[in-house]
Design a protein around this ligand. Sequence first.
Ligand code: PXP
Length: 247
Amino acid sequence: MTVALHVNVDHVATLRQARGSRYPDPVHAAVLCERAGAAGITVHLREDRRHVQDRDVRVLREVLTTRLNLEMAATAEMLGIAKTVRPDLVTLVPEKRMERTTEGGLDVVGRREELTRFVGELRDAGIPVSLFIDPVREQVDASAAVGGAAIELHTGDYAHATDVQTARRELERLAAAAEHAASNHASLIVAAGHGLTVRNVVDLVRLVVPIEELNIGHALVSDALFEGLEHAVTSFAAAIADGESRR
Ligand code: PXP
């Protein structure tokens, strides 16, 4: 099974919002990611609109040639937006106003009735739903029970492990949850994401075999910054030299 890379372009929008400018545009970034081979683009439209804006989601829907995965909280406002934009997939995430990023998985077990209704509304509109959950079997079972088409396992505890034993234990939890999904809910697509880097993704893919999709954002956008920095300095130096030569 090949593992599809979906790029989360939220952090391109973060940089734009920091200055209230029109650049860098996450839509531009998304198109480049597609050209480089990304299987899809993920954006999180947060309630506070701290990075991705409504316009970004609308334009992405128009221009993407791969898949658009809209991460959002299970609120009435987001339900309306999803029904209008019609992404290829909605990923439901828990959202807290003060958090820096999505800190934990959705408690599907504890919110079963509410989520059954919410997932049902999206499904009736023809939009499949993924649930972003901690790697816990009960959450996997509940995600299937509420009508989820996919689960995304939260890899944050693995990614943030500071010693080898913890990383190994977290990988085992992820593998157990993914294997549980594959053997008990065959139609459930298993994705994973959060905090993944070029270093820690290797063992995740090696050892958590049933994973079909990865959503990667922060480290990928950070790497892109350094991989492009020398080129950007050269371009600015050339522009300054150009100005000087025309004095
Ligand atoms: N998956 C989900 C559900 C997320 O909320 C995020 C962060 O927005 C990611 C994946 C990507 O995480 P990161 O930016 O750490 O790669």
